[in-house]
Structure formats: structure tokens, C-alpha cells
Ligand binder design. Structure first.
Ligand SMILES: [Cu+2]
Length: 154
């Protein structure tokens, strides 16, 4: 019996893939005013191996989308994208004015000091998926991230 258990442990150790490391730094989500049903979340995401951010969900919002803001015909336009590439070892900024995470159908007002949980779905070239849960602090409406990020036009 003991032998079998040891063998099983060994097997499960061997079958573990070399887990890619996805790290998130400086996450924040913008506070909302009482009637506001949407907000943006921002962070820097880095994966040690090539990966792609393919979706986000949150218990705080009915829907969460990956958005991109870009200049088109001299107008800032914002819309959903189906994923954001994470090149190996290179951080990708989800910042105001570029890629960001858009929360819509907020279940309650987001107040500075609160925390919102975001579940980032990451897909690897093998099609294997991983969920990275991030506790994101809510920052005041007038908060702007360092690195000269543009104010959000939400
Ligand atoms: Cu947006």
C-alpha cells in the first residue's frame, strides 16, 4: 500500500508541466460614482513564457471584457478585443489609453479602499489554460497611475 502511494505521488510530480509564471504588478481599478455601472481596471501583466490573456471574469461585475483604445480617424475609439498577447518575459501594460480591462454591470459602487477580485484567463500555445486570480485595489476616481498613463475616457 505504501509503495503504491509513493508511486502515485511520483507520477503526479512527473506529469506536472513546467508551470509558466504569470505575474501581475500594480493592479488597480477606478472607483465609481453611485449610479455608474462600469469601470476600468489597469495593471502590468508578465508571463515567463509566451502566452495570451484571453478573458477576465469578476464576482463584482456581470461582464468583464478586454478592451483596446486607439485613435481612428482622429477619434479615440474603444472596443473589445478577443485577447492580448503576452510575449515571453516582457511585461504588457494594461493602462489607460491602451489595453485595459472593462467591467460592466457592476453589482455595487466601487469605493476607494475596496478590493475587487479579477480572474485572468491565460492561454498557452499548447492551448492549456490557467486562471490567475488578482485582488485589485480600488483607487480614487482622480487617481492616475505612474508612468504618465493617459486619463481614462470611460
Ligand atoms: Cu473600455
Amino acid at each position: 500500500m505504501k509503495k503504491i502511494a509513493t508511486a502515485l505521488i511520483l507520477l503526479s510530480t512527473l506529469s506536472l508541466p513546467a508551470m509558466a509564471e504569470v505575474s501581475v504588478t500594480a493592479p488597480w481599478v477606478r472607483a465609481t460614482v453611485p449610479a455608474q455601472k462600469s469601470s476600468g481596471a489597469f495593471m502590468r501583466v508578465q508571463s515567463s513564457t509566451k502566452a495570451r490573456l484571453v478573458g477576465v471574469s469578476s464576482p463584482a461585475a456581470a461582464q468583464v471584457e478586454l478592451h483596446q483604445m486607439e485613435m481612428k480617424d482622429n477619434m479615440m475609439k474603444m472596443g473589445p478585443v478577443d485577447g492580448i498577447d503576452l510575449p515571453a518575459g516582457q511585461g504588457v501594460n494594461l493602462a489607460s489609453g491602451g489595453y485595459h480591462i472593462m467591467l460592466t454591470g457592476l453589482k455595487q459602487q466601487l469605493k476607494a479602499g475596496d478590493t475587487v477580485e479579477l480572474n485572468l484567463q491565460v492561454e498557452y500555445p499548447s492551448k492549456k489554460r490557467e486562471v490567475v486570480t488578482v485582488k485589485v485595489p480600488v483607487k480614487p476616481i482622480n487617481f492616475s497611475a505612474p508612468e504618465g498613463a493617459m486619463p481614462a475616457a470611460h
